[in-house]
Design a protein around this ligand. Structure first.
Ligand SMILES: [Zn+2]
Length: 429
């Protein structure tokens, strides 16, 4: 569909994204870390843009910036659209920001067309989606879904400030964080760049996300014996690194097999290897590896864990080293995008004559938390060579506008089709 035919203003949307990108650490583009003065500057700019668009801007107790457009029937509740405006260090111009700007453009396009919705529409800039200096990611969406605990608020950044203090500094209220939990949001939609190459490689214009992976991190430690690399004959060695290296190869092979056998998404990576004493003339005494496992289907994780346990034990025995019990360092469940919302997004893409396809998200997103409190779904737009979390990150103006147009159309459909008097949200997670 040509730009002129889209039901929103692609240039206006693009101008916002570029303007926000200008608010960056000048010697380290594009950096706008959550809780930093630049982040607050970006938010002040966004809040003004919200107000310019006729939205009422506020910051909730969990530090989310929310712009609200009133609905004709307040009792029907809220349709929310959003993402995040913080970045990783030396990140890109689109990750997160594209989704906030798209939400704002949806609100403006509705007003331009004099479209009155029954539901209120809220544009949300979630606080600190990226891992923050406090050691926590998705701070705002955890808050909005009732998952931000007091223990989390006690986490500290290296300088000693607690997340509780930081939250107050950005306009949130840590004493009333429970107030941020929402029961009135009836549907949530997030536009995001794909951060991968699936859409580009299949020449798709929009991706409709089926689910967001759960992530489990598992530590395995092998204990052998340090020995002189010159004087210890091969059969007498107890080399911990050899057992770890063979385990890494097995992880790769088992992950490939599981991914091929199952319809679900499955990937596993060893990205951490610590060797002791890590000296060229010493047989390694100890080796620790960390496996990052991501899938939309927890049963695959369980099958994988059994296989890893078995194979690592086998490799340890062959290298005459001891393998410590597997330690689960962290574990988060996958989130399933709502089938009803996905179908709505699919129909909207079809109506706009856009080539759409289903895909899973291998990265975490605020939607994963929102899915706990209301039907939620995501639209991915292609980004060049799949690059993200780097200044080279790029998405085309038209691609972002097409994704936003799908969300706009879906919001209008949902305004009519969402259950009228459901007191409790229906969640299919
Ligand atoms: Zn993001």
């Amino acid at each position: 569909m040509a730009a002129a035919d889209l039901p929103l203003d692609a240039d206006r949307l693009w101008t916002d994204i570029m303007a926000l990108a200008e608010i960056t650490e000048s010697d380290r583009p594009y950096t706008r870390r959550s809780f930093s003065p630049l982040f607050l500057e970006g938010r002040a700019w966004l809040a003004r843009r919200f107000e310019d668009a006729g939205l009422t801007a506020r910051i909730d107790a969990a530090g989310n910036l929310i712009g609200q457009r009133k609905g004709n029937k307040p009792e029907r509740g809220v349709i929310a659209v959003g993402s995040h405006s913080d970045t990783v260090p030396s990140g890109g111009r689109f990750d997160g920001i594209a989704g906030v700007a798209a939400g704002l453009e949806v609100a403006r396009a509705l007003s331009d067309a004099n479209e009155q919705l029954d539901h209120a529409l809220e544009v949300v800039d979630f606080l600190a989606e990226e891992p923050s200096e406090y050691g926590l990611s998705c701070v705002g969406s955890r808050g909005m879904s009732g998952m931000l605990t007091s223990q989390m608020l006690d986490m500290r950044e290296p300088g000693g400030e607690t997340l509780r203090e930081a939250l107050r500094r950005v306009g949130g209220n840590p004493d009333r964080v429970a107030d941020a939990r929402r029961a009135d949001v009836k549907a949530f939609l997030e536009l995001h760049i794909e951060q991968g190459v699936v859409l580009e490689s299949q020449s798709l214009q929009v991706g409709i996300v089926t689910g967001i992976v759960g992530i489990r991190r598992v530590e395995i430690t092998f204990d052998g014996a340090a020995a002189h690399a010159g004087t210890t004959p091969m059969p007498l060695r107890r080399d911990a690194l050899v057992a770890a290296a063979n385990t890494i190869v097995s992880v790769r092979q088992m992950a490939e097999r599981l991914a091929a056998e199952s319809a679900g998404y499955f990937v596993a990576t060893v990205g951490v290897v610590n060797v002791e004493p890590n000296a060229s003339n010493v047989v390694p005494a100890r080796c620790r590896i960390v496996i990052d496992i991501r899938t939309t289907e927890p049963r695959l994780t369980e099958r994988f864990m059994e296989a890893v346990s078995r194979e690592s034990e086998r490799h340890a025995a062959a290298a005459h080293v001891r393998r410590a019990p597997l330690v689960i360092l962290s574990d988060g469940p996958p989130a399933i995008c709502d089938p009803g919302l996905r179908a709505t997004l699919g129909r909207s893409a079809e109506k706009l004559k856009l080539r759409a396809g289903d895909l899973a998200s291998g990265a975490g997103h605020d939607t994963a938390f929102m899915a706990r409190i209301c039907p939620s779904a995501m639209v991915f737009v292609p980004c060049r060579n799949g690059k993200s979390h780097t200044p080279e990150e790029w998405a085309d103006k038209h691609a972002i506008a097409e994704g936003a147009a799908v969300i706009l159309d879906a919001v209008k459909s949902l305004d009519q089709s969402l259950p009228r008097n459901a007191r409790e949200n229906r969640v299919t997670a």
